[in-house]
Design a protein around this ligand. Structure first.
Ligand code: NAI
Length: 327
């Protein structure tokens, strides 16, 4: 049988962790032929809760799960990690300024980046879920100079899936007939869900909707969906976020469909005018465990203004963490 893949999950005792771990252990992250070894990282006061989750993982008797380690030490948690899912983060609390939020998260993602640099497997793939996800990924990347920069990614797959679902509802087309949707920019309210290259059963999606719907309904609904979930559920999205994390890594490892792409926030190579090094969401294709930014798309004025606004926000966040000495 195959050697187990080591999957490290931070924030394992949190609500996304609870929705995520069972799906990783059941084989949905890497496929039905790949055994998994889990390493759970939590802060000391949450270790007991993580142990409770591990007991339930044991009780699920997953055939693919070969072991679980629980620790509050990043060096131990990332030892030999092939996949690192960085979910735990410091949430913004009332009255907290952006600088405070970035600084608090720097205190989490800088040491984790360092631990990945020192201890992870050579093929490590990193997905940052914890917000502000793009900039947390930037901080971790900067602390891991020996790891190829392109292994640090942040999650916009939930936004991508939300956009798919909204477009499906609007047009009546099932989600699996919609391709080539793109989320650009930051995983924040400035993100830009772009349908101008999207296709529904091979035909232009943009022609199936009008610009007023895009500007007044679609874009704000996708961008503000997280807040709408909190309002309705009384808690932030967890199962859908875990589902998107599974999708992100599964696609990265197993490849995109011929003719389609997905959205991932990845270090920019300067494509589409996004300053090099910013971790910004792009259309990407994946194959054989690596990804490429889709090149050569025409960007119309409607899209250009929105991509630029979101990228500007990312550049400001980068300046802020630079000012704090975090990168
Ligand atoms: P939660 O508060 O339920 O869980 C977070 C867990 O992280 C807690 O158990 C906490 O103890 C742990 N943690 C905090 N600092 C840590 C550290 N230094 N090392 C290890 N663990 C640590 O939060 P939830 O709902 O699970 O969300 C997690 C993050 O995911 C949040 O930042 C949230 O904003 C973000 N998120 C991102 C989405 C995206 O699309 N990128 C979507 C939904 C949530």
């Amino acid at each position: 049988s195959r050697t187990p893949v080591t999957v490290t999950v931070t924030g394992a005792a949190g609500q996304i962790g609870y929705a995520l771990l069972f799906r990783v252990a059941s084989g949905q992250l890497l496929g039905p032929d790949t055994p998994v070894r889990l390493r759970l990282l939590e802060i000391t006061p949450a270790l007991s809760a993580a142990e409770g989750t591990a007991m339930e993982l044991d009780d699920s008797a997953f055939p693919l799960l070969t072991g679980i380690d629980i620790t509050d030490d990043p060096d131990v948690a990332f030892d030999g990690a092939n996949v690192a899912l960085l979910v735990g983060a410091r949430p913004r609390t009332k009255g907290m300024e952006r600088g405070d939020l970035l600084e608090a998260n720097g205190g989490i993602f800088k040491p984790q980046g360092r631990a990945i640099n020192g201890h992870a497997a050579d093929d490590v793939k990193v997905l940052v879920v914890g917000n502000p996800a793009n900039t947390n990924a930037l901080i971790a990347k900067a602390a891991a100079p020996d790891v190829p920069a392109e292994r640090f990614t942040a999650m916009t797959r939930l936004d991508h899936n939300r956009a798919l679902s909204q477009l499906s509802k609007k047009t009546g087309a099932p989600v699996d007939q919609i391709s080539r949707l793109t989320i650009w920019g930051n995983h924040s309210a400035t993100q830009y869900p772009d349908v101008f290259h999207a296709e529904i059963a091979g035909k232009s999606a943009a022609e199936a909707v009008d610009e007023a719907w895009l500007a007044d309904e679609f874009i704000p609904t996708v961008a503000k969906r997280g807040a709408a979930i909190i309002e309705a559920r009384g808690a932030s999205s967890a199962a859908s976020a875990a589902n998107a994390a599974i999708d992100h890594v599964h696609t990265w490892v197993n490849g995109t469909k011929e003719g389609d792409w997905t959205s991932m926030a990845v270090p920019s190579d300067g494509s589409y005018g996004v300053p090099e090094g910013l971790i910004s969401s792009f259309p990407v294709t994946t194959a054989n465990g690596s990804y490429e930014i889709v090149q050569g798309l025409d960007i119309n004025a409607f899209s250009r203004a929105r991509i630029d606004a979101s990228v500007r926000e990312l550049a400001e966040e980068r300046e802020a963490v630079r000012g704090l000495g975090l990168i």
